[in-house]
Design a protein around this ligand. Structure first.
Ligand code: C2E
Ligand code: MG
Ligand code: MG
Length: 548
């Protein structure tokens, strides 16, 4: 083939494939024609690496013949790494003539251009598919999954897992957030590697991931989810154990699932895995799904139910262990419908699909305020009552005034009200949370961080936001089942209580069920408790008996 045609074919191949390896056969033939005996690239990540001589060497062609002094080309640009190209003539051969020199210059220039283009393309794809921490985004995952479903080669071959790291806020606190980020990355990378060559993991947000597992690798993955030791200090070999809960779903051969239905099933299973406390791995089954019909029904019934005041406030006492007195209460919602009492976990997640949950929360606050006002009028002893607010409120710029309006409208002194909020997952939410909590504090309304320790947030959450109360999640208390986790939980519990006290915060343990757990609280100077051991959430009439 004459030179020009060969060169054009090389250009076409590079334009089409976009990467040098595809064009190697042409590069070899071009070099041969141009009497270039060796062609190599020395690539540097940065100027600093160049000065230090830390190059990555890529040999594009080596004839094996002895070479003379190379002609050197240096390229550098903002968007790409520095690349030095070396074209070697044969030893003792005639120097390149003018045409040859021109052609070699052009060949190298084209290689450089294509290389930069490949790098930029890579950057664009990365920017669109990866988040700031280098994980695939959910968007990418869904697109990929959709493609695979359309291509039709994954049914019967894969199992999906919605993974939630356990106690990650604790991990962040123990080793600091940057190290926590590092450890999370290692853990996810390891789990993904175990999940098979074709596994794919993406981050949903915070410490939540979705993972596509080859069926043959499910058991090893389950093992890894139940706990892996991750080294976080390479110098000392210091390790930390990371584990996770997972909602699982196996895509069968005959499945008619699409991307949405797979994600819905995973989300539902993950919710059960996270909250049931029975098992860390839960496979999806029809019984745990909120069917579309049920979702629609609950949403449809909501306005009328609210108007008819079918939602009832139950009060769960909070107790001081020092003297066994009633210290406060948490207001928990129950739905009285058609003669049934429906627990909140059956309808609150549904209402959280829309802004209905906000209406319900304000309704609850209003009813609590009415009760407190009545107790005050009746001359009863009154305790502080906490009300749960969904995270859905965080976007509401008028949230503060709305809360204060409701409290003031009922003429309730602010110190009787506490607002419970849960940990955040993103930095944007963090800012909103800080604004809201600071505002409530300025108004003299108490705030607490609910279910503390099961989310993703770090010490920052406690340090930078002026909370009054930490409610330690019940998963930190020892359970009947003695397992490897028990001693770890005990250490964490002790640490959290000590930290809360150190920072002048009230600390209350949730879900206290046994005498043994009460003892653990006493041993760690945690003086406040809430749980079935003392009382279940009570209807208002029963709770009033306690106020005597
Ligand atoms: P939460 O705010 O963490 O409330 C504590 C939950 O733990 C309550 O469940 C309570 O009944 C339960 N609990 C208390 N002591 C024990 C115990 O010793 N052992 C066990 N296993 N559980 C105990 P409940 O009432 O079913 O509420 C569940 C969740 O629903 C609440 O968790 C809260 O997140 C949400 N919720 C309830 N009412 C409202 C509300 O008015 N608004 C909003 N946004 N969420 C609410
Ligand atoms: Mg709560
Ligand atoms: Mg709680």
């Amino acid at each position: 083939m004459e030179y020009q045609r060969l060169f054009d074919t090389f250009l076409d191949t590079m334009s089409e494939k976009g990467a040098i390896p595809y064009a190697i056969p042409y590069i070899i033939r071009l070099c041969d024609k141009l009497r270039v005996r060796k062609l190599m690239i020395k690539r540097y990540e940065s100027r600093r690496h160049e000065i230090a001589g830390r190059s990555e060497d890529i040999m594009l062609y080596d004839s094996g013949k002895p070479c003379g002094e190379p002609k050197e080309y240096r390229h550098s640009a903002m968007t790409v790494t520095i690349a030095n190209y070396f074209a070697y003539p044969g030893e003792g051969e005639e120097p390149w003539d003018e045409t040859e020199t021109e052609r070699i210059d052009r060949l190298v220039a084209m290689l450089y251009i294509f290389n930069s283009r490949a790098k930029m393309l890579d950057m664009v794809i990365r920017a669109a598919s990866y988040d700031d921490d280098g994980y695939y985004t959910l968007k990418y995952f869904l697109e990929y999954l959709n493609l695979k479903l359309v291509e039709g080669d994954i049914r019967g071959k894969y199992t999906f897992a919605y993974i939630n790291l356990k106690h990650f806020s604790m991990v962040n606190q123990l080793i600091g957030r940057p190290m926590g980020t590092f450890v999370m990355k290692r853990y996810i990378n390891e789990v993904t590697a175990i999940a098979g060559d074709t596994a794919l993991a993406a981050r949903i947000g915070g410490d939540n991931f979705v993972l596509m597992i080859e069926n043959g690798c499910v058991n090893p993955v389950m093992n890894a989810l139940s706990g892996l030791n991750i080294i976080y200090d390479v110098n000392t070999g210091e390790k930390i154990q990371i584990s996770a809960t997972a909602g699982m779903y196996r895509l069968t051969e005959d499945s008619t699932d699409n991307v949405d239905s797979i994600m819905d099933k995973l989300t539902a299973a993950s919710h059960v895995a996270r909250t049931s406390g029975k098992s860390d791995n839960v496979y999806f089954s029809e019984s745990i799904s909120i069917s579309k019909e049920r979702l629609a029904l609950i949403q449809q019934l909501f306005p009328t139910a609210l108007e008819k005041e079918e939602y009832l406030v139950y009060y769960q006492p909070k107790v001081s262990l020092r003297d066994g007195t009633l210290y406060g209460a948490e207001a928990l919602c129950r739905w009285y419908h058609d003669g049934d009492i429906i627990p909140p976990l059956d309808f609150i997640p549904v209402l959280e699909h829309s802004m209905d949950i906000c209406k319900l929360d304000f309704y609850m606050l209003d009813h609590v305020c009415r009760d407190i006002r009545r107790w005050l009028n009746e001359g009863r002893k009154v305790v502080r009552v906490s009300v749960n607010l969904s995270r859905k409120h965080m976007m509401d710029m008028d949230l503060l005034t709305r809360i204060i309006d409701i409290v003031d409208r009922n003429d309730v002194p602010h110190q009787y009200i506490e607002i419970e909020l849960t940990e955040t997952t993103t930095d944007v939410e963090f800012r909103d949370l800080k604004r809201v909590v600071s505002g409530l504090q300025a108004a003299g309304i108490y705030t607490s961080v609910d279910d503390f320790g099961i989310g993703y947030s770090s010490l920052n959450l406690i340090k930078e936001i002026p909370w009054d109360v930490i409610k330690v999640d019940r998963s930190f208390l020892p359970s009947d089942i003695e397992d490897e986790d028990s001693s770890r939980r005990a250490i964490m519990f002790k640490y959290v209580v000590a930290m809360a006290h150190e920072m002048g915060l009230e600390c209350i343990a949730e879900g206290v069920e046994t005498e043994q757990q009460v003892q653990v609280l006493r041993d760690n100077s945690c003086e406040l408790a809430q749980g079935f051991y003392f009382d279940k959430p009570l209807p208002v009439k029963d709770f009033e008996q306690k106020l005597k």
